[in-house]
Ligand binder design. Structure first.
Ligand SMILES: [Zn+2]
Length: 409
């Protein structure tokens, strides 16, 4: 019975996700099939075009707009800058427009106190926190930013109103009507530079857009590179995309043109905080100063999602890509994806998140002391930190390159 059930899951995974690229074999739930030597060579070439200094420079470029808080001029300028970069890579851009008009926040309380916990404790997303935990929250005090120029840059408060976000698209040659969405959020807050949250994910997506848009690169399937706005206010930018475009999937427009403004979604991969894995807080609440030697890339799916089987297969596909294409840090897969822009997608399409740590159990327990704080600035991070983000880029590039059938000519 158990064996049959495993086989049934395997078949469901195969039929749900990745176009037969994941095959069941020998009773194992998921086995990654061999790919052709030509595909392996093409994706290896693309991965070799990722570069640590270039990745760092793109993060640095994003920090010129401070924390890029949604509803401010610095946020709008950042959207413009990102779009200009994507265009310069040869990746055609479009924008999503939506309104953000929430009721005013209640004044006072900024740090979020933990509610009484069930036993055993559960983190947001369903994981089980353990070990030393410290309080987390969003800094709203400008005086905690010691850099006066940065404090001034971040001064303009958010105002309700219309919002925009940008994406660009690499159209597939033989299956233009099917696509993977590769995404991150470009807004931040906390009176720093949002360098890690989520300049690191935004730069990763931009770097992949640059490489897949090179004139000698073709993919059989379409890839969309999306930089969401309004993540920090409740995933509103990604939510607006889903609401506006989910019903347009797979429609040829104009009829007979061979053009698909919204190709059918095959998978969605979100990147949110890619740099910092220094481990659990020490007993005194401080964090080790160096990237821990056992640092890893955390790939998460959500076990309660309607599309969880496909998401699991996609997560393990990235895990396999990490073993083939990442140069330094390994990957881990976990079932508690939460609180990021893949959430609005997860019941509709296999959706996963890629991150420095697990969002619920690790980040929620204080493993990243820069999270939403004035210290989330470019100069906080070392090359060991940036290299973790580069390894995540190698991982996603490898998986998406294989899944979309990349070729270099
Ligand atoms: Zn984030």
């Amino acid at each position: 019975m158990g064996r049959f059930w495993n086989a049934a899951i395997a078949v469901a995974m195969v039929t749900t996700v990745v176009q037969g690229a994941v095959a069941a074999q020998g009773g194992a739930p998921v086995v990654l099939p061999p790919i052709s030597p030509a595909l392996r060579a093409a994706v290896t070439t693309l991965a070799s075009r990722l570069d640590l200094e270039r990745y760092k420079a793109t993060i640095k470029g994003l920090t010129q707009f401070g924390d890029r808080r949604q509803g401010t001029e610095r946020n709008r300028k950042a959207v413009d800058w990102i779009e200009a970069q994507l265009k310069s890579y040869g990746c055609p851009t479009e924008r999503i427009r939506y309104m953000h008009d929430p009721p005013p926040p209640r004044p006072g309380q900024t740090a979020v106190a933990r509610p009484a916990e069930p036993a055993p404790p559960r983190a947001v997303g369903g994981g089980r926190p353990r070990g030393v935990r410290t309080t987390t929250g969003v800094n709203t005090d400008p005086l905690k930013q010691p850099n006066e120029a940065l404090r001034a840059l971040n001064r303009e408060p958010t105002v309700n109103g219309p919002r925009q976000e940008v994406y660009c698209t690499k159209v597939g040659t033989t299956h233009p009507d099917e696509m993977y969405i590769v995404a991150a959020h470009m807004d931040g807050h906390g009176w720093g530079e949002a360098a890690n949250d989520d300049g690191s994910g935004t730069a990763l997506v931009m770097e992949l857009a640059r490489i897949f848009s090179m004139p000698d690169v073709q993919t059989e399937r379409t890839i969309r590179f999306a930089l969401w706005n309004n993540e920090e206010t409740g995933l509103n930018g990604a939510g607006a995309y889903v609401e506006q475009r989910k019903g347009l999937q797979g429609q040829e427009d104009p009829a007979g043109s061979g053009r698909y403004p919204e190709p059918r979604w095959l998978g969605m991969i979100q990147h949110d905080m890619m740099l910092f894995d220094h481990g659990m807080p020490r007993a005194d609440g401080t964090i080790p100063p160096e990237q821990r030697p056992e640092a890893d890339v955390n790939i998460e799916f959500q076990m309660t999602a309607a599309q969880t089987l496909g998401a699991q297969a996609l997560a393990w596909y990235l895990h396999g890509a990490n073993e083939k294409y990442a140069t330094d840090y390994p990957a881990q897969v976990g079932p508690h994806m939460t609180n990021t822009d893949s959430t609005p997608f997860m019941d509709l399409v296999p959706a996963i998140s890629v991150r420095e740590n697990e969002r619920g159990v690790h980040v929620g327990s204080g493993w990243d002391p820069q999270w939403h704080q004035p210290t989330d600035v470019f100069t906080t991070y070392s090359d060991k930190d940036f290299r973790l983000g580069l390894n995540a880029a190698q991982t996603t590039l490898g998986a998406v390159g294989e899944l979309t059938g990349a070729a270099v000519r």
